[in-house]
Write a protein that binds this ligand. Structure first.
Ligand SMILES: Cc1cc2nc3c(=O)[nH]c(=O)nc-3n(C[C@H](O)[C@H](O)[C@H](O)COP(=O)(O)OP(=O)(O)OC[C@H]3O[C@@H](n4cnc5c(N)ncnc54)[C@H](O)[C@@H]3O)c2cc1C
Length: 536
């Protein structure tokens, strides 16, 4: 009865078509890449901020929790599944306007439903020289959702939340708040200066449950005149610590500008092939044997290096670029097994962007590796990395990948580690030792976004349709989390499984107590994404 009244009132606000109660739809939204039990009461798709505010007021009247998602592609972290049972899913896909754009100052102001693909197309239509910091996630994922989770992109603005300002959010009581200079509405510096004056409140809306972000400004990089990528390979994991110390030194000295990225063997291989089921048995064959099989029997052997790294260089001319690259090359060569440089001038970058926009892919044939490496750095969003989620699936890749619906098992673990060879080597050993034991094949990237810390972004992938694999993966994840923490390595971003593990264990520290006081003050009915990031 209560549900009927709620549905009718919600329909009055957002329209009949935007209140979804269909079982099949809700069951799909209740599915992520690992086992969950939470049910979704219903889903709503408001068209604008006013509708959203009214829905939140209603949720308070009924004391029913809401769980906002922008595009819901948070694969490997929990997708669309709320932390709390029986929530209303608030899907912001219909709020997808690009509200402002400034070519000279390099920014766009976005609603939460704007996808990477949409922004890419918008920039091409404007013939812009601004580029996206693309992620390995879906082209259909959202910049706002990614920013809120403090996601990682590519290039100078890889730390997405660090290049965001002017956040507007609906608070748990339905009121609207704006951060920084956005509080003044039309302040000239709203979109170009993060802090405003007084306490900065941006952080309250990331990895939290204090509000629903309805708008933010995302800064964008400018295409350089000349771009180079120093790509390097390491065959022996024992050489990793020395290489990392060298990279830290190059970064701290200013010769190399973050982001520096490195991918391990399985991270690269799983984006180009699936598990070699013919010769290996998941859960039985040791990952080193799996690698041996791939090296001996597949055309992907050249990609099966222990580590594959990338340093990007932006320059004002070819000459400038070549000087920088040659210094970096000389510094790095003693620490790696192979090194090569790919380069591209601005005209070719613009042509590549134009071709991609127009569906022209012929230019990729000549040198597939060069083309692949460069595309992601010049802001082309692509779905190729998502193939990774199908690594252990016993069927071929579908044309349209949907890791939730296709029961792809995946969970991320993402500890922050000081940028020293010792710490990184230690964390990687912990990860490999645990993951090999189960065994899964760890897919890992190292993201250096400053000269002080490394984000280790690791995942395990499995087949949710294979009996027992969900349970095995959950056990592996729990062991990884606890062992990494015992050694002082805590994740930069949490999965909903991680949040639930913490809430079971109980956490009581000064940080959570402080946030809980804020939460209780602004959300007395605890309707806004209860339990997210363990803020109650
Ligand atoms: C193979 C693969 C590669 C990936 N590579 C990357 C990568 O390189 N970098 C990276 O960062 N991620 C990566 N991901 C993870 C994920 O796909 C992306 O982070 C993606 O951007 C998240 O989906 P979304 O943008 O649709 O956000 P959503 O799923 O919509 O949002 C994420 C979470 O933020 C909260 N939220 C969303 N919108 C709002 C809002 N408006 N107000 C308040 N809270 C909100 C919700 O709790 C939601 O669960 C990858 C995933 C896969 C499977």
């Amino acid at each position: 009865m209560e549900q009927d009244i709620l549905v009718r009132k919600l329909k009055d606000i957002v329209g009949d078509d935007n209140v979804l109660t269909d079982m099949a739809y809700l069951q799909a939204a209740e599915t992520t890449n690992y086992h969950t039990n939470q049910k979704i009461r219903l889903s709503i798709k408001p068209a604008n901020t006013e509708q959203l505010q009214q829905c939140i007021v209603l949720a308070n009247e009924f004391a029913i929790p809401v769980y906002p998602i922008s595009r819901g592609c948070n694969w490997g972290y929990g997708s669309r599944v709320p932390v709390a049972d029986n929530s209303i899913l608030v899907e912001l896909s219909n709020m997808n306007r690009i509200l402002d754009y400034n070519e000279q100052l390099g920014y766009v102001t976005l609603e939460p439903g704007v996808t990477f693909q949409q922004l890419f197309e918008f920039l091409r239509e404007k013939k812009s020289e601004l580029i996206l910091s693309a992620t390995g996630g879906s082209t259909g994922s959202s910049l706002v959702g990614n920013a809120i989770e403090r996601g990682i992109g590519t290039g100078l603005y890889a730390d997405r939340f660090a290049s965001v300002c002017g956040i507007e959010a609906v608070l748990p009581n339905g009121e609207l708040v704006a951060s920084g200079f956005a509080r003044y509405g039309s302040h000239t510096a709203t979109n170009v200066y993060r802090w405003g004056s007084g306490p900065s409140i941006d952080g309250l809306f990331s990895q939290s449950n204090f509000g629903i972000v309805t708008k933010l400004t995302q800064w964008l990089m400018k295409l350089p005149e000349y771009f180079q990528l120093v790509a390097y390979r390491l065959k022996d994991n024992n050489r990793l610590p020395a290489l990392m110390d060298k990279l830290q030194d190059l970064t701290a000295s200013g010769l190399v500008r973050p982001t520096i990225t490195m991918y391990n063997d399985f991270r690269v291989l799983s984006t180009v092939m699936q598990y070699p089921f013919d010769s290996c048995t998941p859960g039985k064959t040791h990952p080193n044997e799996v690698l041996e099989v791939i090296r001996k029997t597949t055309p992907f052997a050249p990609l099966a290096n222990t580590w594959n790294g990338e340093i990007s260089i932006r320059s004002v001319s070819k000459e400038h670029g070549h000087i920088q690259a040659s210094i970096i090359e000389a510094e790095l060569k003693p620490f790696v097994d192979e090194l090569f440089v790919v380069e591209i001038a601005k005209e070719e970058m613009l042509q590549t962007l134009h071709n991609h926009y127009n569906g022209i892919t012929g230019d990729r044939e000549a040198d597939a590796l060069r083309s692949y490496l460069l595309r992601k750095y010049i802001g082309i969003p692509e779905n190729t990395p998502i193939k990774q989620t199908y690594w252990r699936k016993r069927k071929p890749l579908p044309e349209i990948m949907n890791p939730d619906a296709d029961k792809c098992g995946m969970i991320w673990f993402s500890p922050i580690v000081p940028f020293t060879g010792h710490d990184i080597g230690k964390a990687i050993d912990i990860i490999n030792n645990i993951v090999y034991k189960y065994p899964f094949e760890p897919a890992i990237s190292l993201q250096c976004m400053t000269e002080r810390a490394i984000n280790i972004i690791g995942s395990i992938n499995w087949d949710r349709e294979a009996e027992g694999e969900d349970e095995l993966a959950a056990a592996c994840y729990a062991e990884l989390n606890s062992t990494l923490k015992e050694n002082g390595f805590f994740p930069y971003r949490d999965t909903t499984m991680g949040m639930q593990m913490k809430s079971k264990a109980g956490i009581d520290d000064s940080y959570i107590r402080f946030l809980s006081k804020i939460k209780q003050a602004i959300d007395p009915n605890n309707i806004m994404a209860p339990g997210r990031y363990n803020i109650l």
